[in-house]
Design a binder for this molecule. Structure first.
Ligand SMILES: [Zn+2]
Length: 282
């Protein structure tokens, strides 16, 4: 589940080794993965890569000649660099950029769903690309200056912080870690945050994401592994002791994800309802 830290480290590593590499050919074996047709994917051929950056949870690969490629991994995509070309039988391939030096930059996706996507856009139109234009301020490296105002909505923090239109980069894994670090309930409403709580949350957001990226700088190298070693201490650790107070971490299960928290540190000891159970009882 790639979020801001995972995309940031991938973009950094790719940027360091890709600048100057020339695209020999570009292919999109993934049905529907390419979400643009003008300019065509083939317009990248013959151009060199000038950089790889991150915006929220997206990549922006820029090319000499005025074109860029926006890439969204969604929940199961990976952007990986290989020394040789993919077998045409590799069913995880979505978009392939074959480089003149023999390497291949590959947008891959695991699982059966095809949701990861790429778009070729003029570089001067990257900011107005639909998804990028709708992003809220970046969650890292600087905290949004008006954090309390940003979250001033009658919605639970767990959803608010993951809303890319509100703040960009946080998803289901890191939201649990951030709320635990800030000692706030996932169900507390943004509008109910006290000044010092908003301050704590802002500080925890930047620290958790920044520490994770610093950790990745130490442990991740190219080629970027299929599964990144995410240093999670709360998310998916339900049943284990809280790293702060030692009490048992609890979870609320949703249809396709799980929210984890420490009752002692975050909810004044209250156990949150298991959503699966309440749905069954309806
Ligand atoms: Zn705790």
């Amino acid at each position: 589940m790639p979020e801001l830290p995972e995309v940031e480290i991938s973009a950094r590593l790719l940027d360091r080794v890709l600048a100057g590499s020339v695209v020999e050919s570009a292919l999109a074996p993934g049905v529907n993965a390419l979400k643009s047709y003008d300019p065509p994917l083939s317009a990248l051929e013959g151009h060199s890569i000038s950089g790889v950056q991150r915006r929220g949870k997206l990549f922006v690969i820029s090319f000499e000649g005025g074109l860029s490629m926006v890439v969204h991994l969604m929940s199961a995509g990976r952007l990986q660099l290989f020394d040789s070309r993919a077998s045409l039988r590799d069913r995880s391939s979505r978009v392939l950029l074959r480089l003149q030096d023999g390497r291949e930059l590959r947008l891959r996706e695991f699982g059966t769903k095809q949701r990861a996507w790429a778009k070729v856009v003029p570089t001067d139109a990257v900011d107005s690309e639909e998804t990028i234009a709708s992003l809220g301020p970046e969650a890292w490296p600087e905290p949004p200056p008006d954090f309390a105002q940003l979250l001033d909505a009658p919605r639970p923090l767990h959803g608010l912080l993951r809303d890319q239109h509100v703040i960009a980069g946080i998803g289901r894994s890191w939201v649990d870690e951030i709320l635990h670090a800030a000692m706030l309930s996932p169900f507390k409403r943004g509008a109910d945050l006290e000044g010092d709580e908003a301050e704590r949350l802002s500080e925890a957001t930047v620290r958790v994401l920044g520490d994770t990226i610093a950790h990745y700088e130490q442990v991740i190298a190219l080629p970027i592994p299929d599964k990144l070693p995410m240093p999670l201490s709360v998310h998916r650790r339900n049943g284990e002791p809280c790293p702060r107070c030692g009490d048992q971490l609890e979870a609320v299960f949703y249809e396709d994800y799980v929210m984890c928290y420490c009752p002692t540190c975050q909810t004044e000891g209250r156990l949150l309802k298991d959503r699966r159970l309440s749905r069954l009882l309806k």
